[in-house]
Write a protein that binds this ligand. Structure first.
Ligand code: HEM
Length: 451
């Protein structure tokens, strides 16, 4: 057999085509469209008072990282420029195992099961049934919804994390990555123009910047509350849909994240990466809310389906220093734990489970309320959006999506807009009337061009 022999009996050709027809793996169920890079995190401030995490415990210490950026609702072939949530997932390869921080909030809307079309009525049905979620929605409809590239956005993992220090004292923090490139956003018109010619605009921007050694960087800060602050707060600091109120916490600098290397193979490093918010390290016991408990289960399940049961042996996901007793099964196996014993406890050389003696046995119990607190929404509208132009641009982004919403749901949306702020309610109502009038004046007959 040679390369030139009959293609159906040529093993080289068969191998190639059979591989081609089976080479796809499932894409992520959400945040499928993305890109990423490698780099390092450097501790710049002493935060040992809050956490004993080895990764943060020495000014100057460097930890390698893998970062994946993504688009919340776009499937693999989608556009970077769609308005909506963006993800920034960071995997720290620490000496104590992998620590993953995944930002920001999950947007659950799938397409309509009958039409396979995006369904605005379902979107607003959900948002008005769980009105706290309208807060995040307003952010995405404002200028923040389309950043000018992943390099020019901030990111935060939404949950309130519990930290513990050497003495077992607990602190509660919200992590924030602040871009050093400066925040910048695109208008809807700019975004749709760019999307038409380059739907991979964000990925290209990141790749080129790193290739030109213009390494993007983010400061990692944490907003901190003590247990006493938490107990005294007049709002729920564990509520994922809201930001903490100004004046109820202090902000502490932690370090700096730099992306300095493009992966040499996108599929191996980025597509096969698996981030799990349940990947935590000693000193960061993690969030205590219910959404986090759910995420602890779901990510691993999704990744077992997407990448196979040994997804943690894939190079991008494999902890650099920590071993487990998992072995065998479908590849990849890594070193398959060589000849280590496969039981614990043993008298030889298997890995030891982590036991945190200083961790307090008493657990914080967080009770969730069903009350809809619209204060964060009003704060966003009146204080985070600084100018009337910004407010109007947000309304202009919302209005077209309301045109096809069916009446009972539409009425609920308008009611909530008024409840958030009467000015918002009336702008949306006026905008909607104008948009309806404009739709009506579209000429019924398209003029026939003269020859
Ligand atoms: C119960 C709530 C949630 C569920 C069920 C859920 C589920 C999932 C699943 C199944 C994936 C795909 C994982 C993979 O295949 O590797 C994923 C990815 C992702 N989720 Fe969530 N999620 C939830 C909440 C959140 C929250 C609160 C955030 C933000 C703090 C978030 C941000 C992300 C991001 C950024 C990704 C992409 C990760 C990557 O870069 O690979 N999700 N989520």
């Amino acid at each position: 057999m040679s390369v030139n022999s009959d293609m159906f009996t040529n093993p080289l050709h068969l191998d190639l085509s059979m591989h081609f027809s089976t080479e796809r793996i499932p894409e992520r169920t959400v945040y499928a469209k993305g890109t990423g890079a490698l780099g390092y995190f450097t501790v710049t401030h002493d935060v040992s008072q809050y956490t004993k995490a080895n990764l943060f415990n020495e000014v100057g210490k460097q930890t390698p990282v893998l970062v994946r950026f993504s688009q919340g609702l776009q499937s693999l072939g989608g556009s970077d420029l769609a308005r909506g949530l963006k993800g920034m997932s960071v995997k720290f390869y620490t000496k104590e195992g992998n620590f993953d921080i995944i930002s920001p909030w999950f947007d659950l809307l799938k397409k309509n099961p009958r039409t396979n079309l995006n369904d605005v009525t379902s979107r607003y049905d959900f948002l008005t049934s769980v009105p706290t979620s309208l807060h995040g929605y307003l952010w995405t409809q404002a200028d923040y919804g389309v950043p000018d590239g992943y390099r020019r956005m901030d990111a935060f993992p939404v949950h309130t994390y519990e930290l513990s220090n050497q003495n077992g004292e607990r602190y509660y923090v919200r992590f924030n990555f602040r871009t050093e490139q400066g925040l910048a956003n695109l208008t809807s018109a700019q975004a749709s123009e760019i999307s038409g010619r380059d739907p991979d605009y964000y990925a290209r921007d990141l790749y080129n910047a790193i290739a030109q050694k213009n390494f993007p960087a983010w400061k990692l800060e944490m907003d901190v509350m003590s247990l006493l602050d938490i107990k005294g707060a007049d709002y729920d600091p564990f509520d994922l849909t809201r930001l903490w109120k100004n004046g109820t916490y202090e902000t502490v600098q932690v370090g700096r994240l730099v992306l300095s290397q493009n992966p040499d193979n996108y599929f191996r490093v980025i597509e096969q990466s698996a981030f799990n918010p349940g990947n935590l390290v000693p000193g960061i016991p993690g969030p205590v809310d219910y959404v986090f408990k759910a995420r602890r289960l779901f990510y691993q399940h999704a990744q077992t389906h997407r990448l196979g049961s040994n997804f943690n042996n894939i190079e991008a996901n494999c902890p650099r220093y920590v071993k487990t007793y998992n072995r065998d099964g479908a590849p990849p196996l890594g070193d398959n734990m060589r000849d280590y014993p496969n039981y614990y406890p043993n008298s030889y050389n298997g890995p030891l489970p982590y036991v945190d003696d200083s961790r307090p046995s008493q657990k914080l119990i967080v009770l969730h309320s069903n009350a809809a607190d619209l204060q964060p929404h009003a704060y966003f509208y009146n204080h985070i959006l600084k100018t009337d132009d910004e407010r109007q641009r947000m309304v202009d982004n919302i209005v077209p999506s309301l045109l096809n919403v069916t009446p009972p749901v539409l009425q609920r949306v308008i009611n909530f807009m008024y409840l958030i702020d009467p000015d918002l309610g009336s702008r949306v109502t006026i905008g909607l009337e104008a948009a309806r009038a404009a739709v009506n004046v579209i000429p019924a007959v398209t003029p026939v061009p003269k020859n």
